[in-house]
Ligand binder design. Sequence first.
Ligand code: F6P
Length: 344
Amino acid sequence: MTAKIALMTGGGDAPGLNGIIESASKCLLQAGVELVGIRDGFEGVFSGNFRPITAREVEGIHSQAGTYLGTSNKSAVKGREAEFIAQWKKLGADGLIVAGGDGTFAALSSLGGAVPLLGVPKTIDNDLSGTDVTFGFDTACSVVADSVDALRATADAHRRIMIVETMGRTAGWIALGGGLASYADVILLPERPFSRRALVDFAKARQQGGARGLMIVVSEGASAQGEDPTVAFRVEGSPEAVRLGGIAERLARWIETETAWEARHVVLGHLQRSRQPTTTDRFLTLAMGVEVARMAQERAWGQAVVYRAGHVTRAPITELMGPPRRVPADHRWVRMAQALGIFI
Ligand code: F6P
């Protein structure tokens, strides 16, 4: 009997999802496995929105952002487990390959093993436990770095502080990676609440030192010491309802009252998820897709493909469900920023 494998993408999109789909699909189709795509994440399971995946359809999608299968980070499984399992049985597949984040895997864990699963960790935030890096992160950092490099021109032209807000939830990886790659003057991370006084003193000293402009990169989850992160809005029903955002604008208005600088802010938002994947992300997803296809043929259910110590390897899916992996205080990137004189 031919094996039948389903593929699904869940949660927020990340550049590289299409690379996983193309790479895994090509390997499995070549091995004679029948493939079916579940559309729009969990919503496609509940509505029975399944479609066969053919080699022709996935050809070349690796270079596109987004996900060929569609996704959703709105629908939850909790309380609808029986319905989910009934829909899964109707599909008649041997196993399900899911590219998702912590919310997706936590939701699937409530099925108690009724669906044979293979996991592919995904998030631009790079904060999943169990893997050293997630695809999409490198691309997001490139967007940040390119933006900071570009905005420096207008900051210098107007003698302004430009504040660039990045995504990342409670982890500062994108702000740190993108800020370092563009030699930002200030990098503010959720893991390192900043002193308002020290920041003002730093900005004043730079201005007195003759700087024309100043580039600040702030993670959406960052806050001043003793303060809470800025909440933008809530998405009810989402595995993680709180959406952070708004710190850059708040900082800009406050800095203008405290210093002689003018300040403007830019929120990069979903542009960080919308660019074609970088070569680094393409290699990572190509390798992960090949490995997860092998795992499907070996029926290694319950395992995830992960990246550890420079290699693509395997680990139990449960290892992806730990608390978010945040930037350690003494991380080498933090020390490099300090060595460069960046306010961090
Ligand atoms: O987790 C990925 C992420 O892009 C976060 O960095 C961000 O806070 C959130 O998703 C945005 O979610 P949404 O797509 O619902 O706006």
